[in-house]
Ligand binder design. Structure first.
Ligand SMILES: [Zn+2]
Length: 309
């Protein structure tokens, strides 16, 4: 339970929060060492009415749906991706710079959704990872029941009728995050998450604000999304990092997925929060939040292969 803030401090906090709702909060203002204190600077993070993520997922209702459409841009087979370490996570930005192709930004993958609570076309703009540590602490933010996983990937989509993610974040329900729960390869036999060989270049991502661009065949992500979106938990929550913006639609796959063990090892031992390799970036996961009275749906796609489980 947080202490009430003095009025002046509260006003300043609200003003700061309002100024950062549409963007990611500067990483100097928060860290994973004290998630309980995020709300002092970012009021959404501790406001019980602004339902927060992650949560432990148990199913309230099961819904059978037609499969989501996952569409790839014709150029997705050879796409320029920028990968970077911002000191809090490893992020792949897949938005094609407008200067590279025509007058407006382009996105490699779109989801076409025709099921409540989401309807419309959503652009994939980035994906990033949350992970544990080299001693085997779990890395997922969400739990399926009481089970955590080795890592969790988040694909961030926004409604394509908005010009960008920042504009879509201002309207509840216009940002959707697909979460994929990841197991170390060899422990399981699910689909495999593509890592694009980044484990071979992790030294270039070791320090905060390091980044580089590479070309990737993002049809691998399209194929993975088709599989993982066939079975998922859906619920309303928030961004799991400050400013903890609410109104986010979560689609957490219940298809457990493998990821390269060497990639996980690189994340837990070679990535740092700072520019001087002093403090490893590990356990970059927000603790579970109160579920309150939220309803969690399990959506199962009736796919062309007759999948129904
Ligand atoms: Zn995330």
């Amino acid at each position: 339970m947080s202490q009430p803030l003095p009025a002046r401090q509260l006003v300043l906090s609200l003003l700061l929060a309002a100024s950062v709702i549409g963007q990611e909060a500067p990483v100097d203002l928060w860290s994973y060492s004290s998630p309980a204190s995020w709300g002092r600077t970012f009021p959404f993070c501790s406001a019980p009415l602004h339902l927060q993520s992650p949560i432990a997922l148990t199913v309230d209702r099961v819904v059978l749906t037609p499969p989501l459409k996952v569409i790839a841009d014709p150029g997705a087979h050879d796409w320029v991706v920028e990968v970077g370490n911002d000191g809090r996570r490893l992020e792949l930005n897949v938005t094609m710079d407008p200067r590279a192709r025509g007058a407006s930004p382009t996105y490699p993958i779109q989801l076409v959704i025709d099921n409540a609570p989401l309807r419309g076309t959503y652009n994939l703009t980035m994906l990033h990872f949350h992970w544990g540590d080299q001693f085997g602490s779990p890395g997922s933010e969400h739990a399926a029941g009481d089970k955590f996983f080795d890592a969790e990937a988040h694909f961030v989509f926004f409604d394509a009728s908005f010009p960008n993610l920042e504009a879509a974040q201002e309207v509840p329900g216009k940002v959707a995050v697909v979460a994929v729960l990841l197991n170390r390869e060899g422990n399981f036999s699910g689909p495999t998450f593509p890592t694009f060989g980044l484990q071979n270049n992790m030294d270039q991502l070791a320090t905060r604000d390091s980044h580089f661009s590479f070309r990737a065949d993002l049809r691998q992500l399209q194929a993975l999304l088709r599989v993982v979106l066939s079975r998922m938990f859906t619920y309303f929550g928030s961004l799991t990092t400050p400013p903890c913006t609410p109104g986010v639609v979560w689609m957490v796959s219940s298809v457990e997925t493998d990821i390269s063990g060497s990639f996980l090892d690189c994340l837990t031992t070679q990535v740092y929060q700072d520019r001087f390799r002093l403090q490893r970036l590990v356990n970059n996961r927000r603790p579970l939040q109160q579920r309150s009275n939220r309803v969690v749906f399990k959506q199962i796609s009736l796919g062309s292969d007759g999948l129904l489980a």
